[in-house]
Design a protein around this ligand. Structure first.
Ligand code: ADP
Ligand code: MG
Length: 258
């Protein structure tokens, strides 16, 4: 898998008369783990949703891997997103939860092929490929023994792992996560944190991770973009932000001044 870079230029977002993102410029490097860190309400989720394509900016542009995606639908962006709540289908097993998005992606293409016999053969082949891809991701995430369970039979941590797995099987270039660990207890949070960092190193996917938790950001990130009131006030390696805060509000937030 190969990550792609994200170039955010002059992004502004208004909701009605309210200006939520002011003017954001940010370059997420290919294959890095970048965290958007900031207090609740500063605009992290709004920015992530714009990168994902769930909403369009009022002005400014977003490029992924050099391609202007500002007005493209999420499915045209090579991204996958994991949310704070797991959003799994309750009536489906973990295996089905992970295969369904892939089927939608790959079978919609097969169904457009001419010839019924060709189509059913092709569909069988695609289903097999999907099963192999799901197994591979499950090995990586330690999910293999849980594949036949439904969400109600899984713990919170296991559900979130299935949600991560479901996003990963699509082999995204960019992986977007909005506070994916905040519903988990401290022990699981630490464990999943390690797994995510490891996953990023092994896959080379570009990770954009949202949190309001400084410790989490410090532990996980190659770089942190610190947000405040709809702006990125500083972007740099964790130790740089901690040791050389460029603004008193940064220093206060990361706790490097009293
Ligand atoms: P964060 O994720 O950092 O907590 P959000 O991006 O969710 O912050 O929200 C930033 C601000 O934008 C908040 O004041 C929020 O109320 C406002 N906001 C977010 N989405 C909408 C929306 N769809 N309509 C109006 N206001 C919104
Ligand atoms: Mg949020």
């Amino acid at each position: 898998m190969h990550g792609k870079d994200i170039k955010i230029t002059g992004i502004r977002k208004d909701f009605g008369a309210t200006n939520v993102l002011k003017s954001i410029d940010l370059h997420v490097r290919k294959g890095e783990f970048l965290t958007l860190l900031g207090p609740s309400g500063c605009g992290k989720s709004t920015l992530l949703r714009l990168i994902a394509g769930f909403d369009v900016p009022t002005s400014g542009s977003i490029e992924i891997g050099g391609r202007d995606v500002t007005r493209l639908a999420p499915k045209e962006r090579e991204i996958a997103m994991v949310f704070q709540s797991y959003a799994l289908y309750p009536h489906m097993t973990a295996r089905r939860n992970m295969s369904v998005p892939l089927e939608m992606q790959r079978l919609s293409f097969a169904q457009r092929l001419p010839g019924a016999a060709l189509v059913s053969g092709k569909i069988r082949q695609i289903r097999k490929e999907i099963a192999v891809d799901v197994e591979r991701v499950c090995e990586q995430l330690g999910l293999a023994s849980l594949l036949d369970r439904k969400p109600a039979q899984l713990s919170g941590g296991q559900r979130q792992r299935v949600a991560v797995g479901r996003a990963l099987v699509r082999e995204p270039s960019v992986f977007l996560m909005d506070e994916p660990l905040s519903n988990l207890d401290a022990k699981l949070r630490n464990q999943l944190r390690e797994e995510l960092a490891d996953l990023q190193r092994r896959t080379g996917i570009t990770f954009v991770f949202v949190t309001h938790d400084q410790k989490e950001a410090m532990a996980l990130s190659d770089r942190i973009a610190l947000m405040q009131d709809g702006q990125v006030v500083q972007c740099g390696a964790p130790d740089e932000i901690y040791r050389v805060p460029n603004h008193v509000s940064v220093a206060r937030f990361v706790g490097s001044v009293a």
